[in-house]
Ligand binder design. Structure first.
Ligand SMILES: Nc1ncnc2c1ncn2[C@@H]1O[C@H](COP(=O)(O)OP(=O)(O)OP(=O)(O)O)[C@@H](O)[C@H]1O
Ligand SMILES: [Mg+2]
Length: 129
């Protein structure tokens, strides 16, 4: 399968996102290290859905063309008021370490965040083969 939608409602859904993203990255031809990077990014994004948004959906998807993989999350939680701050190391509104989103930015090649607080937040992270 080149596209998988996973609903994140419980902590164990996060583990499933990790497992499935690592497996898909392997199938697409990423190295073991890169597949773990992608799985770690999926773990952080899925955890954020659970912790900050009260749940949401993460989509794992093959990228055609030059070849790669994309993680997309969509939620309808409170949203991210200041995206630049959310990307700073150590910034957390939930007493976390604040290293999730900055980590995703480092682990993946591209990160796009769009948030309309109270309406919808969409995050896309891509890694190229
Ligand atoms: N889906 C989301 N909805 C609303 N706010 C979010 C979402 N994802 C991230 N944020 C905001 O961005 C901040 C930074 O996220 P980040 O993942 O870096 O840190 P954290 O989740 O607080 O802690 P850590 O991931 O280190 O445990 C969060 O504290 C939260 O305010
Ligand atoms: Mg986090």
């Amino acid at each position: 399968m080149s596209k998988i939608n996973l609903s994140i409602r419980t902590e164990s859904d996060i583990s499933e996102a990790v497992r499935q993203s690592r497996a898909m990255a392997g199938r697409l031809g990423f190295s073991t290290t890169s597949a773990y990077y992608i799985a770690t990014a999926a773990s952080e994004l899925a955890a954020n859905l659970w912790i900050h948004a009260g749940g949401g959906v993460i989509t794992l998807q093959r990228l055609d063309g030059k070849g790669g993989m994309e993680l997309t999350t969509i939620d309808h939680g409170p949203g991210i008021a200041d995206i630049d701050r959310a990307l700073e190391d150590g910034f957390s509104t939930a007493n976390g370490l604040g290293c999730g989103l900055p980590g995703v930015k480092r682990l993946m090649d591209e990160l796009d965040i769009a948030s309309f607080p109270g309406v919808r937040t969409e995050i896309k992270a891509r890694k190229w083969l």
